[in-house]
Ligand binder design. Structure first.
Ligand code: BGC
Length: 477
């Protein structure tokens, strides 16, 4: 079990612990906030289609309106400015910028991102752009099961690089391929909704290849911005000391963490344990040219951290609270709940020590070759409501953010367990409440509350907390 420190850091103490030049920002993704799915010549994404299928989204909601950011982006950038944030991580909606997933950029789609980028620049906010955050065009028949989709991502990166390269500070090729493979292709919980279990593994390689091709296309377009990828990392804890639990924890670590980070950072897939038989054999046969494409020099590595994972051997439903358990029942391991650990609205364990562990594992595994790291997402959902006085007092989120940032800074500080890891920034997920994929509007992750009927924005206490931290940093300089 991981032990969490208890002392709460004040904004001033945290501000003093921030390394020079540390970036404080917020993050979003197009499908979760933009809405306006029929504006201009935008076409359907796999998430538009998935949400239209029966029983896929918990509250039956869809992508058509979400937070209506397409129409309210100026107001949202105004909020970022009020916050004092240094940077904003957003994603391009693939089917808005390239309707149908082929050909050149859409004039109307590209115009929207021109307006967004220009306004961010006038507000003094550095744009971090994700090219692919889960919303593939429906025209790619098998999605990431097709190798050709990798080439499509490379082509899109080239087009975006040429058009927006002068205004983007940092590029993220792809967001969390692990979640796409696991939830989208192995368990059927996310778009495109396949339940292929281990047969989903080709999507790992194709996404990573897409990343490598995108890096090369951006470099060929001569973008001055820095280029990286975003992966999630969940430290995996065995449920007991038994060899069986240890073996299954190692397996989950392999398929959730290492299989994505190793090829990108080390240029090879991890070796599969013998007991897996030939379940990962396809990776032994990957041509070395593919690995060379994937193993591109990167300017930074984006890491998303939400929670650690507790794994026990043996098939069955487990206790994962967010719908994954039933879908995983046929696998040889189960995810268990951490006893006595508080949880978020999603039921995810709140463990800042897990964040320190994630950074420590990154440093231990990849230290020599790990580029500077940005935490490209960290945050939590809670059932926030606007109170009678018109405010949203999300004290649990304030504590979550404060304790996680403190744990990460302590981990990388001199003498910390992840000392040597060059941590450059932290992006809160999320700027505002949004459409939380298969959980629809039931999980609020925002610093800003959104009324999904009226679109009204209300900054929460956590927004004020981050604002104070940013102000305290300015005073400390
Ligand atoms: C994703 C976000 C998502 C968040 C919370 C991350 O896996 O990148 O899009 O909203 O987790 O579930």
């Amino acid at each position: 079990m991981l032990a969490d420190a208890t002392a709460a850091a004040t904004p001033h103490a945290l501000a003093r612990a921030l390394p020079e030049g540390f970036v404080l920002g917020t993050a979003t993704a197009a499908a979760q906030i933009e809405g306006a799915t029929t504006a201009g010549d935008r076409t359907s994404s796999v998430w538009d289609r998935f949400a239209a299928e029966p029983d896929r989204i918990i509250d039956g909601s869809d992508t058509s309106r979400t937070a209506d950011h397409y129409h309210r982006f100026a107001e949202d950038i105004g909020l970022m400015r009020e916050l004092g944030a240094d940077a904003y991580r957003f994603s391009f909606s693939w089917t808005r910028v390239q309707p149908g997933g082929s050909g050149g950029l859409s004039r109307e789609g590209a115009d929207f991102y021109d307006r967004l980028l220009d306004r961010l620049h006038s507000a003094g906010i550095r744009p971090f752009a994700t090219i692919s955050h889960w919303d593939l065009p429906v025209e790619y028949p098998q999605g990431w099961l097709d190798r050709d989709t990798a080439q499509r991502l490379g082509d899109l990166a080239g087009l975006l690089g040429e058009r927006f390269g002068d205004r983007i500070d940092s590029w993220i090729t792809i967001n969390e391929p692990a979640t796409v493979t696991l939830n989208g292709y192995a368990l059927g919980l996310h778009a495109p909704g396949h339940s292929l279990l281990f047969d989903a593994l080709p999507t790992v390689h194709h996404q990573l290849l897409g990343h490598g091709l995108a890096v090369q296309a951006l470099r060929a377009a001569g973008v001055p911005g820095r280029i990286g990828i975003t992966n999630t990392h969940s430290p995996v804890i065995p449920a007991s000391d038994s060899p069986e639990d240890h073996a299954m924890a190692a397996l989950f670590d392999l398929v959730h963490n290492r299989i994505y980070a190793d090829p990108v950072l080390l240029g090879r897939y991890p070796e599969a344990p013998d007991f897996l038989g030939d379940a990962l054999a396809a990776f032994d046969e990957v041509p070395s040219e593919d690995l060379a494409q994937i193993h591109q020099p990167l300017d930074f590595y984006g890491l998303n951290y939400y929670m650690p994972t507790l794994v026990a051997a043996g098939a069955g439903e487990g206790e994962s609270p967010d719908g994954t358990s039933a879908a995983m029942a046929d696998l040889p391991f189960r995810l268990l709940a951490f006893e006595g650990v508080p949880t978020t609205g999603f039921g995810w364990p709140i463990q800042p020590a897990g964040f320190a562990r994630a950074l420590t594992e990154m440093q231990e595994r990849y230290g020599d070759v790990l580029p500077p790291v940005y935490i490209t997402e960290n945050g939590a959902s809670f059932p926030d409501e606007v109170g009678p006085d018109g405010t949203v007092d999300d004290t649990e989120r304030v504590a979550f953010l404060r304790d996680h940032l403190a744990a990460a800074l302590a981990a990388v500080a001199p003498g910390g367990p992840a000392e040597g890891l060059d941590l450059r920034g932290w992006f809160v997920w999320s700027l505002m409440d949004n459409w939380e994929w298969a959980a629809g509007f039931t999980q609020r992750f925002g610093l800003v509350h959104v009324d999904f009927t009226t679109g009204e924005r209300t900054p929460k206490s956590s927004f004020r907390w981050l604002q104070q931290l940013i102000a305290a940093r300015a005073e400390a300089r």
